[in-house]
Ligand binder design. Structure first.
Ligand code: TXA
Ligand code: MG
Length: 312
């Protein structure tokens, strides 16, 4: 866990209406008091995030979640199984809960999660506030999985930052919309569709892709993008290309190769994905060639991020 002193300082800054960067188990977030519209506006400005893209509100207990959202039976079942953890639930927003309408982009729903990271939970407990936090990257760019990534992303504009080491999951939380009769998976993550369906004993639909109408603004096709072009499902590689490899039988001849997981472990691949994308994003190479990653378990979320990173 991070330095206790840093957590106390970050909490004081959040209470004073500032933005701070902090670790979660998924990615680093840029947090502000979700009840304070002026503080929330600072996040949008720092990230250059379009105001129509709502933020996730982080809380540290289910009771706190209940102040801001209407929890139904499904919420309780999922919270029991997956909170604290990398699952975000989109729920009907309670108006009297006073979450800033900027945080929810004027929607009548609110996205909530309890993160599974000691530092994040201490920060939440110390402030006693709901903290809205998007990933701590400029809009459209690769999410940060270490404090160093956040510093590199914002340079002299970097807000107060709690260094909690590398994020263990490495991919943003699964986002599930529970406001409709049939739950809708808005963003795949470590908590998979199959895990959710098994616990809920119901079918979940995966959200429509862009072009069929945007369901969640964060589903904009181009996202998580490095500066270099990405070439997916590579079965050959050139000597002027960087290679993002996977598994034990990898392509040879690339200018620079990083292997997401030599043993073919998808959890390990997820934890390495954004760090390796950043390391390979060097103008010395023509592009980042990416070997196929199995589309199962958390591999679905890995492929989702790769597809959006390749889109431009
Ligand atoms: O793992 C995570 O979720 C990280 C850490 C910091 O918690 N946060 C994160 O936030 O990934 P962000 O802003 O990068 O992604 C939030 C996603 C976006 O796709 C947004 O559109 C969606 O959640 N979202 C937020 N509120 C929503 C709502 N009311 N309805 C539908 N989608 C919503
Ligand atoms: Mg993000």
């Amino acid at each position: 866990m991070a330095d206790r002193k840093d957590i106390v300082e970050a909490a004081a800054r959040i209470c004073a209406g500032e933005v701070v960067a902090f670790p979660t188990e998924t990615v680093y977030g840029l947090g502000a008091n979700a009840l304070d519209g002026r503080a929330v506006a600072k996040i949008f400005a720092l990230k250059s995030r379009p105001a129509f893209n709502p933020l996730i509100v982080h809380v540290h207990t289910l009771a706190q979640a209940e102040r801001y959202a209407t929890l139904n039976a499904r919420t309780h079942i999922l919270a029991e199984c997956f909170w604290p953890g990398s699952l975000t639930l989109v729920l009907p927003k309670k108006e009297q809960g006073a979450i800033s309408s900027l945080a929810t982009a004027g929607l009548d729903s609110v996205a909530i999660r309890i993160p599974a990271n000691e530092t994040a939970l201490h920060l939440l407990a110390e402030t006693g506030l709901p903290i809205c936090a998007p990933s701590a990257n400029r809009s459209g760019r690769i999410s940060p999985t270490s404090a160093e990534h956040v510093r590199n992303e914002f340079k002299e504009q970097c807000p107060f930052l709690i260094d909690g080491g590398a994020c263990v999951v490495g991919l943003e939380s699964t986002v599930l919309d529970l406001t409709k009769e049939v739950p809708v998976l808005l963003r795949p993550g470590a908590v998979t569709q199959a895990m959710l369906e098994q616990v809920l004993r119901t079918t979940i639909v995966a959200a429509q892709k862009e072009g069929e109408g945007i369901v969640a603004p964060g589903m904009l096709a181009s996202h998580y993008a490095p500066l270099l072009p990405m070439r997916l499902n590579a079965d050959t590689v050139q000597d002027n290309e960087a290679l993002l490899a996977f598994g034990k039988d990898i392509l040879t001849g690339a200018a620079h190769t990083l292997n997401l997981s030599q043993s073919g472990n998808l959890q390990e691949a997820a934890a390495n994905l954004f760090r390796y994308m950043r390391l390979l994003d060097n103008p010395a190479y023509a592009c980042i060639a990416v070997m196929p990653v199995p589309n199962e378990g958390i591999g679905v979320a890995i492929n989702d991020r790769l597809l959006r990173a390749a889109c431009r």
